[in-house]
Design a protein around this ligand. Structure first.
Ligand SMILES: [Ca+2]
Length: 649
């Protein structure tokens, strides 16, 4: 590969600065905000301004107006100030023109613009693999930590244990067992997806006047174009339709029933040809695209972006290849110094560094655009990390760490379903705090809809399973509207769990059915640390305010749980690591939750999973995965190289 675009990319990769060369010049006051951390007892409201003065500071190269008087030039994004609620003027100046824009900010109480929504979803991120959680010294994630501590950390955030169901729950606001998505993730060549009768989240925001963007992974259906992101309410889409791609040639593979592999990268549903992506590192490729979108956004219109990074998917890419990262991350001290004895874990540490960089770049794009004051960012993982003893795990793959939570991806134990999440926005009145309120991935839809100024009554007809936590977030109180959640009910593989909060605030969890292949139900300690070997390894973590304290010896079962033989019950409040099965000693609670699960099960939508269709084989489609059941499976392709500086377009 010697095309000019490849050379340009290589040069940029090797430069000292990771900042793309088309990034706008940042004013000094903007830089200030990017390193600012709020104190945990902040009670001010809406005062996240870029400078202490109220004067606008429109820059000569795309700076922003800000403060109470609005900017003159640049994309002014003034804030109503303390107590000013949503007084949020919007300058319409053209940032690139330099100093000639006319800010139209009207100050406190002025015409408010709906907040931008930026959803950042990680793939297979272990709960202990961010430094804001367990303080793991091997996985420093300073950029993620910064906004986590400055926002509201959701310490009891739950998802489904695998990709497709969680993403479906997020998009529809409904439990996967109510949309037929409860059983599996979609493999390439399988003709199924989230049934078209279910409305996706971006449509709600389009109804409120938003422009909607999808970048990165999809994994919600691909066999006809009706299941592609554009058909499901995204104005623009760039990424891959499946679950896990090779990060240099954009192929995805599947092993069963026959090993097949094909290319999968699309813009607005059209193939992006090989000479256009030049084998750039996939996480970088989509970073560039997201940065372009944010940079080019018309500041007078709110946007909703679903940014689904392929990071840090720790298992193989589905075709047996373990995910690896590029040298700039492999050579970070945290990865470099890790023992060669554990190459899979060492690779994973590099991926986590790449994740933190990705997050930094996306958030900097928002800050550089001058819209951070009016943006809501949510961060969460789609499921826990897979652990090597899980039975279906491919040896040689990377792995993440959920320790000391039990088990991991693919199981309904806490390691598979209790994952990292936070919300950050200057629009949050009480932030810089942690909440233990139960929060499920279905809750984002109504929560963000209300945050955007939508009327919750408009959602009533949709019969969502999600609850809006927006009022709770704004109240500063540590409890929310949700008192129970269903982790999943999967009738085909026989797997179910739910969590219930009793009248005293205690959390109880029922768990039953199979655990993958029923070969391992325990805890997986991070290798190379003293969580596994107390004699030689260094301390693997420092404590943070949300580190998990098991209350029992880590990694040791107190009272056995064999869920395929009998339902288990855990007191999650006092036993977050699920070490002590109390099913026998709390029969009334056990019966209550069993009756609840039965009642939920009656409302299930039959699973829509369908097996592999050989007609999808990439060999039949010039080496591509295509929407093979669509009237027009093949398209002419598109040229959309995001590695060329945006000024060239
Ligand atoms: Ca996942």
């Amino acid at each position: 590969m010697t095309s000019p675009a490849t050379d340009a990319y290589t040069t940029r990769q090797s430069s000292a600065s990771p900042t793309p060369d088309f990034t706008v010049t940042v004013t000094a006051s903007t830089q200030t905000v990017s390193t600012r951390r709020m104190t945990s007892d902040s009670t001010t409201s809406g005062d996240y301004s870029y400078s202490d003065s109220g004067a606008g500071t429109g820059g000569s190269s795309g700076g922003m107006g800000d403060g109470n008087t609005g900017g003159t030039g640049g994309s002014g994004n003034g804030n109503g100030g303390v107590g000013g609620g949503n007084g949020n003027g919007n300058g319409n100046g053209n940032g690139n023109a330099g100093g000639t824009g006319s800010g139209t900010h009207s100050g406190s109480g002025g015409q408010s613009q709906r907040p931008n929504i930026l959803v950042f979803i990680c793939d297979d991120l272990g709960r202990a693999d961010l430094s804001y959680t367990e303080g793991n010294i091997w996985t420093p994630t300073p950029h993620i930590d910064k906004l986590a501590w400055d926002g509201i950390i959701l310490n009891r955030f739950y998802t489904n244990p695998i990709c497709t169901p969680t993403r479906a729950a997020f998009m529809t606001g409904k439990y996967p067992f109510r949309t037929g998505m409860q059983t599996a993730s979609i493999s390439q060549g399988e003709p199924w997806g989230v049934p078209l009768e279910f409305k996706f989240q971006p449509q709600y925001f389009k109804d409120l006047g938003y422009q909607t963007y999808h970048v990165g992974k999809w994994h919600l259906g691909e066999y006809t174009r009706q299941y592609f992101p554009n058909a499901r309410s995204f104005d623009y889409s760039y990424g891959f339709t499946g679950g896990a791609a090779n990060w240099w040639n954009y192929t995805e593979g599947w092993i069963t029933p026959v090993p097949v592999s094909g290319r999968d990268v699309r813009e607005n549903g059209k193939r992006i040809l090989a000479n256009d992506t030049n084998n750039a590192y996939y996480p970088d490729l989509i970073n560039h695209k997201a940065e372009q979108i944010i940079r080019n956004q018309d500041p007078s219109k709110p946007f909703y972006m679903y940014y689904a990074t392929p990071l840090v998917r720790s298992a193989s890419n589905g075709f047996g290849d373990a995910q690896a990262s590029v040298p700039q991350f492999q050579l970070r001290p945290s990865a470099l110094s890790f023992s060669e004895q554990f190459p899979e874990r060492k690779r994973q540490l590099a991926l986590i560094q790449a994740l933190d960089d990705t997050f930094m770049r996306i958030t900097e794009a928002v800050v550089n655009k001058g819209i951070a004051n009016n943006t809501i960012l949510v961060f969460f993982a789609d499921n826990g990390a897979p652990v090597p003893k899980a039975g279906t795990f491919v040896r040689g793959s990377n792995y993440g760490v959920n320790w000391p939570l039990r088990q991991g991806k693919g199981t309904l134990f806490e390691g598979g379903t209790r994952v990292n999440a936070f919300i950050w926005s200057p629009l949050l009145k009480k932030r810089g705090r942690i909440t233990n309120q139960l929060f499920h991935s279905t809750d984002w839809l109504p929560t963000l809809y209300e945050a955007a100024g939508g009327n919750l009554h408009d959602l009533a007809a949709e019969k969502l399973d999600g609850f809006s936590h927006w009022k709770s977030f704004q109240s500063g109180l540590n409890y929310g509207p949700r008192k129970e959640l269903v982790s999943n009910i999967d009738q085909i593989s026989n797997q179910y769990a739910m969590i219930y909060e009793d009248q005293y605030g205690g959390l109880y969890k029922l768990l039953g059915g199979n655990v993958l292949n029923n070969v391992f139900t325990g805890w997986f300690a991070p290798p190379g640390t003293n969580a596994e070997d107390t004699d030689e390894a260094p301390n693997w973590k420092t404590w943070t305010p949300i580190s998990i304290n098991c209350n029992f010896p880590e990694g040791t079962e107190v009272s056995p749980c064999v869920p395929w033989k009998a339902d288990c019950l855990f007191d999650l409040t006092n036993d977050p690591c699920e070490k002590n099965n109390i099913a026998e000693s709390y029969p009334a609670m056990l019966r209550l939750l069993q009756s609840k699960i039965k009642a939920y099960n009656v409302t299930s939508y039959p699973a829509v999973i369908t097996g592999y269709d050989p007609a999808s084989q990439p060999e039949l489609w010039e080496g591509w995965w295509v929407p093979w059941k669509d009237p027009q499976p093949f398209d002419e392709g598109v040229t959309t190289n995001p590695l060329i500086p945006v000024e060239s377009f």
